[in-house]
Ligand binder design. Structure first.
Ligand code: MN
Length: 202
């Protein structure tokens, strides 16, 4: 599917005259092959964390109400949301209250990811294929989050796709660390949610 088709839902939900969010399609497509991820803390009607992985040129997205955990024993609900443009990875600011997703957005974490998942013939499985299979395994190299994670699609879906995000047991796993509680600043600008709100509101 062409990028513009993938972003149709994203664009339909937003009024780009009113929201500073990117329309998308501006960045050089060479960036589209990069394996980047971003987690945005989003204080909309309900506070949540938007987890996004760049796959095939767009940011595949999940809303995680409780945010990611570094404890391998904890599974976090991750609700699949519409694909976002590559440019969204740098978006931090305030979406006007009466607009879709109205509220403050912080780039809570960002970085690159890798995947080395293989099929029974020892051939690498692309992230696109893993996504279709409903089972993505990847290693994050972010500022706050590192190490292996898995995203699993739950069965018997109705309207929204529900997935689970879980830390894999590895040297980065830490049951005591609570990054969503203790690490409250933007990795892009060093600002808190309050500072973003204050500085970006016009
Ligand atoms: Mn959101």
């Amino acid at each position: 599917m062409a990028e513009k088709d993938l972003l149709k839902k994203y664009r339909e939900k937003r009024d780009f005259d009113l929201s500073a969010e990117p329309f998308g399609g501006d960045k050089n497509q060479k960036d589209a092959d990069k394996k980047i991820f971003v987690i945005q803390k989003h204080e909309a009607t309900n506070l949540h964390y938007d987890f996004r992985l760049l796959i095939a040129g767009v940011l595949k997205s999940w809303a995680i109400p409780k945010g990611p955990s570094t404890n391998p024993k904890v599974k976090r609900l991750a609700i699949r949301t519409e694909d976002h443009p590559l440019e969204y990875a740098d978006f931090e600011g305030v979406i006007p209250k009466n607009q879709y997703g109205g509220g403050t957005v912080m780039v809570w974490d960002s970085g690159t990811y890798s995947t080395d998942k293989k099929d029974e013939n020892n051939k690498p499985i692309s992230m696109q294929k893993q996504l279709e299979n409903g089972h993505c395994t990847f290693v994050l190299n972010g500022h706050k989050l590192k190490g292996g994670y898995v995203l699993l699609r739950m069965k018997n879906q109705e309207k929204n796709e529900q997935w689970l995000l879980k830390k894999i047991e590895d040297k980065e796993a830490d049951a005591r660390r609570k990054p969503t509680k203790t690490e409250n600043k933007s990795v892009l600008t060093g600002r808190t949610m309050k500072e973003i709100e204050k500085e970006e509101k016009s």
